[in-house]
Structures are given as C-alpha cells and as structure tokens.
Design a protein around this ligand. Sequence first.
Ligand SMILES: [Zn+2]
Length: 355
Amino acid sequence: MRVTPALRPAALSLASAVVLALGVSGCAAFSDDTASEGSGGSGDGLTVATAFYPLAYVTQRIGGEDVAVENLTQPGQEPHDLELTVGETAEISAADLVVYLRDFQPAVDEAVEQNAAGATLDAGEVVGLEPFADEDHADEHADQHADEHGDEHVGEEPADEPVAATPSEEEGHHEGDGHDHEGDLDPHFWLDPDRMADLGDAVADQLSEIDPERAATYAENADALRADLDDLDDALTDGLSSCERETIVVSHDAFGYLSKYGVEVAPVAGLTPDAEPTVSVLADLQALIREDGITTVFSERLASPAFTESLAEDTGITTAVLDPIEGLTDETSGEDYLSLMRENLEALQKANGCG
Ligand SMILES: [Zn+2]
C-alpha cells in the first residue's frame, strides 16, 4: 500500500551521478550488501527502478519493506514521453532490477539499453499487450503523437538537467517516435487487474532470482497482491454487468483494457493526453454523445481538461474524472492503485447508469 514513502527523490548531482554510473558495474550480480553500495546507501535491501506509477505500485507490493522502489516518473508528471534526468539515468544504472514498459517511454528504453547493469523486466512481455480497438484510431494516435512533440513539457521542468542529447540525436529520436509505436499495441495494460497480478508474479520471480533468501516473502506478497486484484476484478465485473450505456467518452485512449467489462471507449485525444483533437473527431464525438445519450465526458488529473470541458459544454452534458492511473498527483497522494480503480468503477457506474 505504501509506495510513496519508500520512493527516494531523484535529485543527484551530476558529479555523484557519474560516480555512481562508473561505480556500479557488476554490483547487480551480488545480492543485498554489495548491491546497496552502488545504490547510494539505501540499507540492506535491493533497489528497483520502476518507469511509472502502476509498475512502482506492483513492485512495492512484492518487495515490501526490504526493497527500495525508485519511480522514474515523479508525482504530477505525465509518463508519456518522459525525459530522464542525469540522476534518474544513474538510478537505472545502479538498480538491481529495472521494471519498465518497452515502447511506452522511449527515453527509458534508451537508458535501459545503454545503462542498465542489473536485471531488467519488460512488463509488456509478461502481460501480453492487446492491440487498440480499431486500426484507424491507432493510426491517428501515431500522427497526433508525432504532432504534439513540439510544445510538450512546457512548465514541467525536471529537477535536474535533462540528459544531454546532440541536436541531431534529438531530432532523429523525435522523428522516429510517431511511427514506431510498436504499431498498434495499447500500452495501458494496468487498467486490467489480471494483468497487474501477472506482473506481480513476474516481479516476484525476478526478485527471487536476485535475492533467493527472501523468495518465500516475495511469493507470499505476490499471492496477497493477486487476491486484492481478484477482488477488484470481481467488483468491476459485477459493477459493470448491467448498465444502460456501454460507451464512455474519455480524454485520451487509455481505457481500452476495460473492454473486458463491456466498456467501449471513445477518446477525445489520441494516445497521449495532450494531443489536440481534430475538428472531425470532435464532430463525431458530438454525434455519438447525442445518439447514445451519453451523460458524461471524462477528463483526467494529469492532462489539461480544456478539450473535454468544451466538448461537454457544447453538448450540454457533465464532466467527471476517470483516472488512467498513469501517475499520482498531489490530489491523489493518499490513494493507491486499488482505491483509484474503485473510484473509477463508481464514476463509470454513475455515468453509464449501472444498476
Ligand atoms: Zn496513456
């Protein structure tokens, strides 16, 4: 339950980051005591770097008190297209294990490839990603994704200097981005509790390999996590089994994995939360809202609600929050994955008239 207290700030000076990066190679081969030398003195336990909140949540549940989890996406930060600070790159170097999602955050992929000295776990390989619901949408995402690169991260300065990239590297990186989104796989697997439980088992296996002495604890924690997630899955199945409407209008296309509960998703933006919707997308959504009698346009906490608010206003319906749980914010600092999913369930029931 307590992910946040165990997270350590990513504020490392350039000097200490370089020292760390140089000093850690090989540490990951040893467990416990040796590993902590390279990770900045976090005590006896292992250090795991996780790419964004749902991965941090699972890892903290499995690792418990003995594992220090460092989340590379800070609270309030939007994980799509995260840029890493020098300190965060050093955390990837120093970690005994990195848990990430390939093709979701290019900067993390790159840092894992170039800097990870310990074990790595690609969540996508474990859980099996599903394609986006329809191909046209997926193409749109890629386009929008490429378009909105220019003006991103305004007012979201990282605490440290971003890792330096030459202009040409930077350019090539961005250009490739819109087109190699692994085609059309939907990264937002964490909205499916079953897949979160599978990830929990995989994290337990990895931690047990690195730290066999605590294998029984990791396995127990994975079972406890799975039990909680099974309860959540049951609640979602029951709670959404008889609804007046199936379709939800949401800010960005993060909720496709709710289709197992009969929920159909119509996104205002595409893959990333701040992508600007086209006029024709908005017109289609307005028609859909009228035809289906949709009551609510859902926005999210980490993204600007401007598009969703104007759509709701134009169609005379209400707005509410549906949280894609890509990260915590100040507003949700006392919450966790499970409580946010329960709130999502309530919001869905209310919007879609579920009995
Ligand atoms: Zn997303």
